[in-house]
Design a protein around this ligand. Structure first.
Ligand code: LGS
Length: 484
């Protein structure tokens, strides 16, 4: 599948921005310091038996106490932007609209944002990267109560815009609503860990959760546009994840259709309502029937109005898969995409690309370019920002492999080439790139196993050591960026 290609170091636009991404729970630690309330991840990582490899984010990378050093490292590595998230429960410990605000939590983010700006680094801030207030989960089931969640999220967002919006000019409401809905409420591998015990044909939760996220995003987008954008002059959007899907058998129309359906279930589920201001994709309505919630006329008015405000498509992308339509056996318990199987090998036994240390993540830059094309033809009015891209290397528990992370350098080099081709050969506007991640960190249900960082973290000492990929990215971004 073309994965033996050499890295070509193709050019990128002069204005192409480069930075790294993290999320609060994965790096901050200080889980119960200075008045912070409990999030669903604080609870989930302490369940017995453990669902997170016996590990948790109580200490993580200790970023809470290392802000100045970490920001200086970013600056030394040539980063001009940083995608970070806010811990809702540091700011409002109980989370709700009538609950007290924690000024110490706000002061922490003030310090971080100020340090970034002093080093010439523009913050891009995600309001919600999976660490919801536990209290809201206990009060009303979090995303399962659309009206309650929306009201609380509006309040939290308004507070963040008013306290940080003088300095933060790029806002992201939700990170990966698909993962929140499916992994949190269908197969249960992420907090709050709900499982589809009754089989996929009766399960309604993931679709309700997705519905809540879409409407809450739209509501907060409207608030930003009406109350803050006129003076703060920033931009707002959402970040969607998605693999690219190739047909398992290129000559089988059912597999070609399966690949397209899988992309629509993955991306257009959120993209169509949010960016086009319209109903869910038709294939979802057909397959899910009345399990998929219905937008009211008021909802559609809100979606139509806010679809014009979102000013970029935030893309998290890691890898590609083959999609195969299963016809010879009944759907699996948690299948929800018309019985489509995801594979790393096609009908001819060809692999999609070489595996990283996580089996699902393979080097497949051709799929990345195709995904950029797919997204840009479905949402042609939006420039794309790559809000996450990166990989863990095979054998990286060995410090020598970690320091000279050849696998990662090749992955990053090829994925940047794919962006270059998308820009210059396919005419797609890709504005910038955030590598996942600034540093090794707590990888959710996989604990501290997979190391996605371009900076190595020693979890005993919390010492940071840049890997060669960090220097590679610093240099290649400099060299590739031409003058046009
Ligand atoms: O750490 C996360 C990165 C790493 O890989 C980050 O917080 C997330 O926003 C993002 O989801 N990340 C990520 N995603 C890949 C998800 C692939 C799911 C397939 C798993 C199959 C077992």
């Amino acid at each position: 599948m073309g994965y033996n290609l050499p890295v070509e170091n193709l050019k990128l636009p002069a204005v192409f921005t480069y930075g790294s991404a993290t999320a609060a729970y994965q790096i901050e630690g200080a889980a119960d310091r200075d008045g912070k309330g409990k999030s669903i991840w604080d609870v989930y990582t302490h369940l017995e038996p453990s669902r997170t490899n016996g590990e948790n984010g109580d200490v993580a990378c200790g970023h809470y106490d290392r802000v100045q050093d970490d920001v200086k490292l970013m600056a030394d590595l040539g980063m001009k932007t940083y995608r970070m998230s806010l811990s809702w429960t540091r700011i409002i410990p109980l989370g709700g609209r009538h609950d007290p605000v924690n000024e110490v939590g706000i002061a922490f983010y003030d310090k971080l944002i100020d340090a970034l700006l002093e080093h010439g680094i523009q913050p891009s801030v995600t309001l919600y990267h999976w660490d919801a207030p536990q209290t809201l989960y206990e009060r009303y089931g979090l995303f399962l109560d659309t009206a309650e969640f929306r009201a609380d999220f509006e309040h939290y967002a308004r507070l963040c815009f008013s306290r940080f919006g003088d300095r933060v000019k790029t806002w992201i409401t939700f990170n990966e609503p698909y993962i929140i809905s499916i992994f949190g409420h269908l197969n249960g591998t992420l907090a709050p860990g709900h499982c589809a015990e009754r089989g996929s044909d009766t399960v309604r939760e993931p679709w309700r959760v997705g519905h809540t996220l879409i409407l809450s995003h739209a509501a907060v987008t409207a608030i930003y546009a009406d109350e803050f954008q006129p003076t703060q002059q920033g931009r707002i959007s959402i970040v969607l994840n998605g693999h690219f899907y190739e047909p398992f058998d290129r000559s089988n129309p059912a597999d070609i259709a399966a690949a397209q359906t899988r992309l629509e279930f993955y991306i257009a589920w959120f993209g169509d309502p949010v960016f086009l201001g319209r109903d869910y994709p038709a294939c979802m309505r057909v397959y899910l029937g009345d399990r998929l919630p219905v937008f009211t006329e008021d909802d559609l008015d809100l979606l139509r109005a806010t679809s014009k405000i979102n000013s970029f498509y935030g893309m998290n992308h890691y890898s590609s898969k083959f999609a195969r339509q299963i016809t010879d056996r009944p759907p699996a318990k948690d299948d929800w995409t018309s019985n489509i199987e995801e594979l790393s090998t096609n009908i001819h036994g060809e692999e999609i690309g070489p595996a990283s240390s996580s089996a699902w993540l393979r080097i497949a830059p051709t799929g990345f370019r195709k995904l950029l094309n797919w997204v840009s033809s479905r949402y042609p009015h939006l420039p794309i920002i790559i809000t996450e891209n990166g990989c863990p290397c095979p054998g990286e528990t060995d410090m020598e492999v970690a320091k000279d992370d050849q696998f990662r350098q090749r992955y990053l080099g090829l994925y940047l080439d794919a962006i270059s081709r998308a820009i210059y050969e396919d005419g797609i506007e890709v504005q910038g790139y955030y590598v996942w991640s600034l540093m090794d960190n707590f990888e959710w249900s996989a604990g501290y196993g997979p190391r996605f960082g371009i900076i190595h973290v020693d979890y005993d000492t919390l010492g940071r050591t840049p890997k060669n990929s960090a220097y590679y990215l610093r240099d290649t971004m400099e060299q590739r960026r031409g003058t046009s």
